[in-house]
Design a protein around this ligand. Structure first.
Ligand code: HEM
Length: 125
């Protein structure tokens, strides 16, 4: 976290968001498609009540939001509460708003090297 330079967006991790669950005086943040929203002030205005949003506070609410009866108006309202975006490493959508495929982690360097030596030793021997 931190204050971004002019023209840059604030970046948050899911760990930052997790604590903002609207409980014990904490603000209520939600993530929708990699953007972070502080909806604390919107809770009392939500047509379906603040509780349904509070249940999602501190988490990625993309699925809950999309599965609820929302019109395009709701997205416009939500946009007003945007405070930043997830850090690149934690983003789940690509530039076209499509869900990214899960990245398969490469094997750690050490393992790769030992595999290589097994092969080379095998060949040499
Ligand atoms: C910033 C976040 C949100 C905004 C700005 C928002 C806004 C709205 C608005 C404006 C409506 C009225 C219908 C419409 O014009 O689309 C609505 C309805 C609704 N919202 Fe949200 N919403 C948010 C988050 C959520 C979340 C996270 C949930 C569920 C977990 C949720 C559940 C619902 C439901 C169930 C309705 C239907 C109410 C009904 O017509 O009976 N909303 N919301």
């Amino acid at each position: 976290m931190g204050t971004p330079a002019a023209g840059e967006v604030s970046r948050y991790t899911m760990a930052d968001v997790k604590g903002r669950n609207g409980r014990n005086g904490a603000p209520a943040w939600i993530v929708y498609k990699d953007s972070v929203y502080d909806v604390t002030k919107y809770l009392s205005e939500h047509p379906a009540g603040g509780d349904v949003i509070l249940e999602e506070a501190g988490t990625d609410a993309t699925k809950a939001f999309d599965e609820s009866a929302h019109t395009p108006d709701a997205k416009q309202i939500m946009a007003k509460f945007k405070i930043g975006e997830l850090v690149e490493e934690e983003k789940r959508y690509d530039a076209n708003g499509k869900k990214k495929k899960r990245v398969v982690k490469a094997e750690p360097e050490g393992n790769r090297r030992s595999c290589m030596s097994i092969i080379t030793c095998g060949l040499a021997g």
